[in-house]
Design a protein around this ligand. Structure first.
Ligand code: NAD
Ligand code: UGA
Length: 464
């Protein structure tokens, strides 16, 4: 089966970049990315590719090459579904905020709406691909909806989870460690799998394309995120012990990472992991385990989240304690707001929670992030509903440069590991601060010795 026409529902951080890369690598396939959000679609269509809604190194070049040739962004969802042979579902699957499973289970309403829309609109056979991260066995629910249309259309459902990380999405999509495709064991299922394998084979070596049954594929995505997050929580748990004992977490990470069975990646101690997925996906895994009565399994994974919450909270507590047990009326400069460098995404960023704790202690916060806009910062704080919007507005200023943010500050907190922070004129920053001038480096990126030489009181994570 040769795919000529792809539709992707959801033009977000996953749908946008993945489809842009498929379109660039497969000029013979027409790819249409649709979304209900008109503002987002018009930004994807902006004449100036630098205004596309997602900041991701290399993405604007890919979009510039394919857009208008075989890559299209549109709000006409029905039309794109109707025309497609293959439909990717890349909509959001956030944690439920209501009803049964509130605060834990994945909210599948957007997925179900897509399935119902596909069922209603389709007149020809289609392969439906789960690109969103979903609880294991979701394909069954999608299948139930699609198989009850009564219009004689045949559907195959594949699971093809996405493993890209933000900030490196294009690199990850160009050269993925692996592409995972799960499908039915039936002949029809195998043909559908092959159709998707053929698309990726345009640029991904065949030995990196892994095929499994649907359930293994769905569960592998949650498992991969759980393992990755667990590494961060594991090293962060040790960072606190390092601070007490005089061990240095960077040295410990290097020492254990050289064991090839452990590996050196993903062992950077930090103020806590953020991002839209780690927490959501682990909570989802915990909820699934609980729903099968597997309480020990659930508790085991929940600890990864408990540790992460502790890490964010203790970072804020340490700032307060070090600033002589009060930050009331003091100015704290935040360098970084995004959940990691090279992205404008702030979802679940540790910065939000640290700011919230400091605002509750009546601190004033001045934020500088090279890619995050003021509206987003206020939105993130208001979303927590800890205090009134006016109070958040009053407590947080957004600066247009790091130097402005740090001027007359009592302390600086580094929340995101942006490379440019390392290259600043730290003497100039020091000269304009109140003394003693404190730096709390939540990413261990600054040069402790150089800063101490200037006169800063420097504290990293996981060392004295
Ligand atoms: P996102 O919120 O950035 O994008 C989702 C988009 O889907 C939104 O623009 C929304 O308007 C649109 N949408 C929702 N319902 C729709 C509907 N019925 N019709 C049309 N459009 C609709 O989310 P994201 O970060 O791209 O994540 C999408 C999925 O991919 C999630 O399941 C997530 O867990 C998974 N994932 C994300 C990443 C990542 O790095 N962000 C990586 C791997 C997997
Ligand atoms: C993560 C996974 O890495 C992707 O494989 C996956 O596709 C994606 O989630 C998803 O499902 O959404 P992402 O959240 O974009 O990607 O970014 P990561 O690089 O994993 O970083 C997550 C968080 O952990 C960041 O806040 C980062 O700063 C933190 N982190 C990461 C650390 O604190 N230390 C580390 O060593 C690594």
């Amino acid at each position: 089966m040769m795919i000529k026409n792809i539709c992707c529902i959801g033009a977000g951080y996953v749908g946008g970049p993945t489809m842009a890369v498929i379109a660039q690598k497969c000029p013979h396939i027409k790819v249409t990315v649709v979304d209900l959000n008109e503002k987002r679609i018009s930004a994807w269509n902006d004449k100036d590719v630098n205004n596309i809604p997602i900041y991701e190194p290399g993405l604007s070049n890919v979009v510039a090459e394919a857009r208008g040739r075989n890559l299209f962004f549109s709000t006409e969802v029905d039309k794109a579904i109707d025309e497609a042979d293959m439909i990717f579902i890349s909509v959001n699957t956030p944690t439920k905020t209501y009803g049964v499973g509130k605060g834990m289970a994945a909210d599948l309403k957007y997925i179900e709406l897509c399935a119902r829309q596909i069922a209603r609109v389709s007149k020809t056979d289609k392969i439906v691909v789960e690109k969103s991260t979903l609880p294991v066995r979701t394909a069954q629910a999608i299948k139930d909806i699609l198989e009850h249309t009564g219009n004689g259309v045949n559907f195959q459902i594949l699971s093809n989870p996405e493993f890209l990380a933000e900030g490196t999405a294009i690199e990850d999509l160009f050269a993925p460690d692996r592409v995972l495709i799960g499908g039915d064991v039936t002949l029809e299922g195998q043909k559908a799998i092959q159709a998707l394998v053929d698309i990726y084979a345009n640029w991904v070596p065949k030995d990196r394309i892994l095929t499994t049954n649907v359930w293994s594929s769905e569960l592998s995505k949650l498992t991969a995120n759980a393992f990755l997050a667990q590494r961060v929580s594991s090293i962060n748990a040790l960072s606190e012990l390092c601070e007490k004992t005089g061990a240095d977490v960077n040295e410990v990470a290097r020492a254990i990472g050289m064991d090839s069975r452990i590996g050196s990646k993903f062992l950077k101690s930090s103020v806590g992991f953020g991002g839209s997925c780690f927490q959501k996906d682990i909570l989802n895994l915990v909820y699934i385990a609980k729903s099968y009565g597997l309480n020990e399994v659930a508790d085991y994974w929940e600890q990864v989240i408990i540790m992460n919450d502790h890490q964010k909270r203790r970072f804020a507590k340490n700032i307060i304690k070090t600033l002589y047990n009060t930050v009331s009326g003091k100015k704290i400069a935040f360098l970084g707001w995004a959940f990691k460098k090279d992205t404008n995404d702030t979802r679940e960023s540790a910065a939000i929670y640290v700011a919230d704790d400091l605002l509750s202690e009546q601190a004033t916060i001045a934020v500088f992030d090279p890619k995050v806009e003021e509206d987003q910062i206020q939105f993130d704080l208001n979303y927590l509903e800890t205090r009134s919007e006016e109070a958040n507005n009053k407590g947080v200023q957004v600066a247009s440069s790091a130097y402005d943010a740090c001027k007359n500050a009592h302390a600086i907190a580094v929340l995101t590991e942006w490379d440019e922070f390392k290259t600043y004129d730290w003497q100039k920053i020091y000269d304009n601060m109140l003394k003693p001038a404190f730096v709390f480096d939540g990413r261990n990126i600054l040069d402790k010795q150089a800063l101490e030489k200037i006169g800063f009181v420097y504290q990293g994570i996981g060392s004295r």
